[in-house]
Design a protein. Sequence first.
Length: 385
Amino acid sequence: MKTEVMEGLRDVIVANTSICIIDGVEGSLRYRGIDVGEFARHSTYAETAYLLWFGELPTQAQLEKLQNRLVAERELDWGVRKVIQALPKTLQPMEALRTVVSVLPSSDPQANDYHYAANIEKAIRMTAKFPTIVAYYQRHLDDLEFVPPNPELSHAANFLYMLHGQEPTPLEAETMNQTLVLMAEHDFNASTFAARVTASTLSDMYSAITTAVGTLKGPLHGGANQRTMEMMLKIGALENVETYITQELEAKRRIPGFGHRVYRKMADPRAAYFAEKLQALCKEAGDMHWYNMAVKTAQFVGEAKGLYPNVDYFCGPLLYTLGIPMELFTPIFAISRIAGWAAHMIEQYEDNQLLRPLSRYTGELVKEYVPIDARRGTPNPFFGE
């Protein structure tokens, strides 16, 4: 019997995939073999999704067909909108997203159809509806009327429009698009793996994606971009950077936005693209404060600890500069990652094996059952004993 434990499944290969490849030593990320930088510079989120789902880049006609389908599926049906309006405002946006995703099958006649074509349809529907869910819930929190989707706007621009009630500038739309593209897929990360486990039981895709959303909610997976921005707000001024970071390091507290489970020797390749867009946004706004703050902090942490910024580091101040509430930073991660999650669901269902790992038992091997009237017991502090 196997007894070796790979803590956190580190370096354990659990399945085959042709969707994404990461080289943590070289610091590279490729979608279906194509470097992520090519998508950051040239692609749209719809084109990225097409590649992830179908395995090849679309022709212009194919891309337009997918874009039209995404536009057609943006709106939520009446019942789902009512669910959002009925949600308590004490729910975190990720909790609201998780709840609404589990309701979406109510309006999908293919919810329990596992055939390839049906899974593509569900991928399109969820990818189109995720931005709508997040925007509508934020409008609900703010006591504002829902802004219906604008069919004339791109996937990224439409989200900003529905959230803010006004069309974004070209740079803002471009920045949102690049954000979605860069975070669309990242191999067997925690949420993707969790979703594949659910799908491997032949549960439906909506249940699997609900699993993914719940996993992403965890602060060890999603939320680092929010914590990065919260840190920068605490620092406040450029002259406070060295003092604040030094205090955090001396207290042995982790600096958010640095280091990565996979990119151990090189920087996360996505970070540079976020830094570039953050600089451009700050220039357009006429205020370089958050870009300068991010750069100075990154330089100081790099010199002090030899750590590189990860994808979340520049993403935090970038989303903040776009006027997005910090509690939506992780939901935006989900809006992006739904394309990758769906690609993995499609792949899992096509060649399914139940994912059922082993564990190493560390308890007592043999223990006698003692009748209740003979038990002496120990005090249980949970019950105030």
